[in-house]
Design a protein. Structure first.
Length: 214
């Protein structure tokens, strides 16, 4: 009888130890996320698959401080549409989320949709982290169709004939309560892609080309 009690007690202890180890593992993982400033944020989104766009989902080689989750918030100044979602999770871009971003950043004049470069999204995320933002990026311009870009180029020397906007590799932004100068300065510290400063129009241009400023 005593042997059976001892045996049962040992089994109970083993189960308790295993459970405790499992709990501590989860706790440690959660602590790492908390210390790195990472957290999972979700949003109810509309899935747009009308044109069956495909997007490269292979994430770039991870670097030391790369967060496990990347979330962005947008508000389009022309359409009034809003979007907040996680687009990158545990080493992979989320295809459905990219589709939502592609739709929001479409050419609002023609409704043409084009895949947005994930490198540009990562620039926005890094800028968000650098500024410590909890507000959405206000979108002045995302993707531009060749037709729209040509029309804008006719009326403004500030619009490049071969703009990165036509490739889904450029975006014009502002943030409520944050000066465009502060946004520009933060973007310059990242030294990623193109950074254009337009104080009169109160916005900053970002693109995923080579690093340059104007």
């Amino acid at each position: 009888m005593n042997k059976q009690i001892i045996k049962n007690t040992k089994i109970d202890e083993d189960i308790t130890i295993a459970s405790r180890r499992k709990f501590l593992k989860k706790l440690a993982y959660g602590s790492v996320l908390a210390l790195s400033g990472c957290g999972v944020e979700t949003a109810v989104v509309r899935h747009v698959g009308r044109h069956g766009f495909t997007q490269q989902t292979q994430a770039p080689a991870p670097y030391l401080h790369s967060p496990g989750y990347k979330t962005l918030s947008f508000e389009h100044t022309h359409t009034g549409e809003k979007l907040k979602l996680t687009y990158f999770e545990r080493g992979n871009y989320i295809e459905d989320a990219l589709q939502e971003i592609n739709y929001l950043l479409r050419d609002f004049r023609t409704d043409d949709i084009h895949p947005i470069d994930t490198a540009l999204l990562d620039q926005l995320f890094d800028l968000k982290q650098t500024l410590g933002l909890n507000k959405p990026f206000h979108i002045i311009s995302g993707y531009r169709s060749p037709f729209t870009n040509a029309q804008l180029h006719k009326h403004s020397h500030g619009v490049a004939k071969q703009s990165f906007h036509m490739q889904g590799r450029a975006i014009d932004i502002r943030v409520e309560g944050v000066s465009s100068k502060m946004i520009r300065n933060a973007a310059l510290t990242l030294a990623q892609g193109g950074v254009g400063y337009y104080p009169r129009s109160n916005f900053v241009h970002l693109d995923s080309g080579r690093f340059r400023t104007w």
